[in-house]
Write a new protein. Sequence first.
Lengths: 211, 211
Amino acid sequence: MRVMDRSVKNCYAGHMARPRQFDEEQVLRAVRDQFWDAGYAATSLEDLMRVSGLGKGSLYGAFGDKRQLFLRALRSYNETSCGYLQEMFSSTPRVLDALRAFLAAPVSDPGGAAARRGCLMANSTYELATTDPDVLTEARRTYETTTGLVAECVARAQDEGDMPRDADPIETARALLVAQQGLVFMGRTGLDIDKLTVTARTLTAQLLPGA
Amino acid sequence: MRVMDRSVKNCYAGHMARPRQFDEEQVLRAVRDQFWDAGYAATSLEDLMRVSGLGKGSLYGAFGDKRQLFLRALRSYNETSCGYLQEMFSSTPRVLDALRAFLAAPVSDPGGAAARRGCLMANSTYELATTDPDVLTEARRTYETTTGLVAECVARAQDEGDMPRDADPIETARALLVAQQGLVFMGRTGLDIDKLTVTARTLTAQLLPGA
DNA sequence: CGAGTTATTAACTGACCGGTCCACCATATG
DNA sequence: CATATGGTGGACCGGTCAGTTAATAACTCG
């Protein structure tokens, strides 16, 4: 359970009396999973100590307070997500397939566990965006980035002759993102994953060309 | 601020020593707005006392604990919402227009205030559905009801010759609901209401026939 | 009018939370 | 090996929370 690491990851120059005994990224991952499953408010510092294996002092020393720790985990999550997206978009031979995969991503997990868990950024938006301006900013930033990435893909699909030229890439990207987030949401309502998968196919057929 | 009412709304038969000094439905509305704006966890009993004008004792005497009060407010909200929906569906001359209005409902508010506020059921699903089984049940029930209502509409639109006969009404309804909830979500991210309105139009054009 | 019943109010309780602080300790350096 | 540095863990604190209780007020009905 405990996340220990002898490797020296400190960034200070000066004198280094004692290196961190934990790996910051491992801690961020553990903390992110906790926030992901339970939400921000429902996660206590005790929970964070348990999943990270660290004491309060270490947590506060390394990350500041609970909110800052959460924001770091959230940003890390978003960077990872956007990274995955970019990789998928750039590695899929036919970019239209990547767009299909993007739309259907919320139902890509066979058992539906991922669908029930939802998306940390979406969960956080619903819980905190109205009260915490930093979360709102992060949400806007992330979804604008995502829209941009998808729009690039749409433009490439147009170049490849797989999508009609008359559609605005940005606008198409927004429609796809909206549909995707709708799927994410319905997954959270506990809607049967098979039914949701069918709906994802229906939406794919209507929003993206080809069979 | 105080919600007083001399009308006797108690349901007991037996001896009625002292009637409620407040109207239960008015209190439920006030409480619902509070939960709607701040969420469940972020709403304290003090908040509930403030917006209802009642003391703790009265609140607990009439509704039980915070969670029960929340569930009552949520159910009342859902009944009202479904009522509005049914009324719109039955009063719109051409049922296809009702479907368009349903899909675009999240952006129907000019200023975008409603979009930013979101939907109480959606907010609650994100905050509580994973931890509170009653909320999850309520979510499933509500969205199944909604799907059913929309599906009826789709079938009627088919009868009126406004939609192709080959589509499954239930499946079409799910796709529309998913798209609508996607719009609700993007509204919560603070996406500009004008952009969101355009996207709503884009989705309408792709998911519903006709101009 | 008064006895009985219920609504109302505010003081109170115990638990828990986020955050601070400090004594202790592991390590790098000379 | 001695010392300085800063990581570590847990005791501790003030505040807030949901929920309880008991005294009081308001009302019905005989």
